[in-house]
Design a protein around this ligand. Structure first.
Ligand code: GCB
Length: 628
């Protein structure tokens, strides 16, 4: 059985998931292992690894021909047919071999990057792409090796030296395959098929308001571990002032293994021995010298976990986050989230979702220093681990979400499982990041019984995987006209399952309400819970001015919209933060007109980072809030 440390997960999922069947006996945990990845490989980006990023061959396959025979029947790759064999032949460089795929001579693009950046012909390509990389892997005895993809969008099939390693669905979370015993010292042939085409059953579905950046969008690494290794650790400060570490080992010697967790700067060492499942929990009162992580003082500690031959080091911040009535409490004190939303798209005229540390720092610096922010909504899917580590380091609180966006197939049990897996992969990757305070389960989903059940399952799963953070979802509301003012009541039936309410609101941009009526909006909630305005925004193209008329798409309109919406926000008594839509203009293929030209222009900066007038309205507002 998989030994990730999630004591409550199974019980909660079974209670909350009508479609899932109970395991035959408590120890035989099929449901559970279906949802969590076979290997968490926690902290993999800091483990001993060889980077497989860099130049890769790529070859488009718009008919998905490499996946089927000429009558469209799927190849049974285990029987030695299929494109991986084709590739093997092509590698022999033999002119007598007949092949129609020749990846070894195909064009070369850089991994990681969406293929959109490889050539102008691929600008709107949405389908199957074959990738190939040759690499050497000098023999390592007594160790285990894994090929890890930090993310590939959307569905990925992986073949190594003619073996099918497996597949993964979902564009934004990591996955790994064990390759111990499958590697050659030289000339390994790694073939990867990435299909960016989504179906109505996918998460998200085909239509979103952002670019589908198909491809291997994050790093690929060959990770080495000892035979028995630390697969998962979850180290945090609890609200009662304890440092708690849950550890899970994988491998033959995982049971009865001595484990040590040390934080040298705190002179703290915790020791224990794993149980028969390879798991262990350690707990101690946090020393008085502990400096709590916060946006103002983002203190990170070097933490080392040792188990047998394995040693894992991480940089971890310790802080608490809670809700008390309608307040949000960070480290025991109320906090207001001065945030903004962000898509995973680097600055520049031709982004291809290449999030390097420099690209991530450039985006987050605009929020932290430019806007005087303390918070970012990483919308609408899990962003790179580079970004969540950067937020830890720079001191920005984070909302992390999975792309259950608009109307997905809420009544389809397989779609639910896909969403549950994404949630598990995201939380297991990032639950040691102090910056993350909120897991969001959805964005703007239409209310129905099926949707309520689906999202309730996800909310319970998030809590079961990580009881130390808060759960939210970006919701919709209805607006009414009452006695001449706009009236908004928050009444989504999902709210009882959430710690924090969040609403996207666009009065004054979408809909018939006038911008001048926005400040007088009256908000009602019958829940004793805090509210975040998870989105509001209006569009302009940087540099378009209309100071007299303040027409739509002018900078003046957007700036006035911000002033009026912030005036409205000041009057919501249960408001604890906001993440206006959005830091910078981002690609959205569905927006084709003279103003937008394929971009959503609600950025307070252009795609190149040019600040619009609204940027300064928001920045002044946040500076005043920060000074209070
Ligand atoms: C929303 C969506 C976001 C869109 C935005 C817009 O409510 O959550 O993905 O991009 O509106 O610009 O319309």
């Amino acid at each position: 059985m998989k030994s990730v440390f999630i004591p409550l997960l199974v019980a909660c999922l079974l209670a909350a998931t009508p479609g899932l069947t109970a395991p035959a006996k408590p120890a035989d945990n099929a449901t559970y292992s279906e949802l969590v990845p076979p290997f968490v490989l926690v902290n993999a980006d800091r483990r001993d690894h060889v980077s497989l990023s860099g130049p890769w061959h790529y070859s488009v396959d718009p008919y998905k021909d490499g996946m089927a025979d000429f009558h469209g029947k799927p190849y049974d790759v285990t029987k030695g047919r299929g494109s991986d064999v084709n590739v093997e032949q092509a590698m022999k460089d033999d002119p007598d071999v007949f092949y129609e795929y020749d990846l070894a001579r195909a064009p070369v693009g850089t991994v990681p990057s969406a293929w959109i950046g490889y050539s102008p012909e691929l600008r709107y390509y949405n389908g199957l792409m074959w990738y190939q990389k040759s690499f050497d892997a000098p023999a390592k005895t007594g160790e285990r090796q894994f090929i890890r993809f930090a993310a590939a969008d959307y569905k990925t099939m992986v073949y190594l030296n003619g073996h099918r390693l497996g597949e993964h669905e979902g564009g934004f979370t990591p996955f790994s395959f064990e390759v111990t015993g499958l590697l050659r010292p030289t000339g390994n042939n790694l073939v990867v098929a990435v299909d960016s085409e989504r179906t109505p059953e996918s998460i998200p579905t085909q239509v979103t308001d952002w670019e589908t950046y198909g491809g291997i969008i994050r790093d690929v690494t060959l990770v080495t571990t000892p035979k028995t290794f630390i697969d998962d650790d979850f180290i945090r400060l609890t609200t009662d002032g304890h440092i708690r570490a849950d550890i899970a080992l994988e491998g033959d010697s995982k049971a009865g293994q001595a484990v040590e967790v040390s934080i040298p700067a705190l002179k703290l060492t915790l020791k224990g021995t794993t149980d028969s499942e390879g798991r262990l929990s350690l707990d101690t009162r946090a020393p008085k010298t502990l400096k709590r992580w916060s946006p103002d003082a983002p203190t990170l500690y070097d933490v080392t976990v040792t188990a047998g031959a394995d040693t894992l080091t991480d940089r971890i911040g310790f802080r608490t986050i809670e809700v008390k009535g309608t307040q949000l409490i960070l480290n025991g004190k109320p906090i207001f989230l001065r945030g903004i939303s962000l898509h995973e798209e680097e600055f520049g005229p031709n982004p291809s979702r290449r999030i390097t540390p420099e690209a991530s720092r450039a985006l987050l610096t605009e929020i932290k220093d430019g806007l005087h922010g303390n918070y970012v909504r990483l919308s609408h899917y899990p962003h790179s681990e580079i970004t969540t580590r950067m937020a830890d380091e720079m001191g920005l609180l984070v909302w992390s979400e999975i792309p259950v966006y608009w109307a997905v197939k809420f009544d389809n049990p397989d779609t639910l499982k896909t969403a549950q897996r994404m949630m598990a992969e995201n939380i297991l990757r990032d639950r040691n990041r102090a910056s993350i305070i909120l897991w969001s389960v959805a964005n703007e989903t239409p209310i129905s019984d099926a949707r309520n059940q689906f999202l309730t399952t996800l909310a319970h799963e998030a809590k079961a995987l990580d009881g130390s953070r808060l759960v939210s979802a970006a919701l919709l509301t209805q607006t009414k006209r009452v006695d001449g003012h706009i009236d908004i009541t928050i009444d989504d039936p999902l709210i009882p399952e959430l710690d924090v309410m969040a609403v996207n609101t666009y009065n004054g941009w979408y809909g018939s309400d006038k911008i001048a009526d926005v400040p007088g909006t009256v908000w009602h909630s019958s829940f004793n819970k805090p509210l975040i305005l998870s989105e509001f925004g209006a569009e302009t193209m940087a540099g378009v001015h209309d100071p007299v008329r303040e027409g739509r798409f002018s900078e003046e309109y957007q700036a006035t919209y911000y002033k009026d919406t912030l005036a409205m926000a000041d009057k919501i008594p249960f408001l604890v933060g906001m993440s206006p839509w959005i830091l910078k203009d981002f690609r959205s293929p569905r927006r084709q007109n003279i103003w937008q030209q394929g971009w959503n222009r609600k950025g307070v900066e252009s795609e190149n980072g040019q600040r619009k007038m609204a940027f300064f309205v928001l920045s002044d507002y946040y500076q005043k809030k920060a000074d209070k």
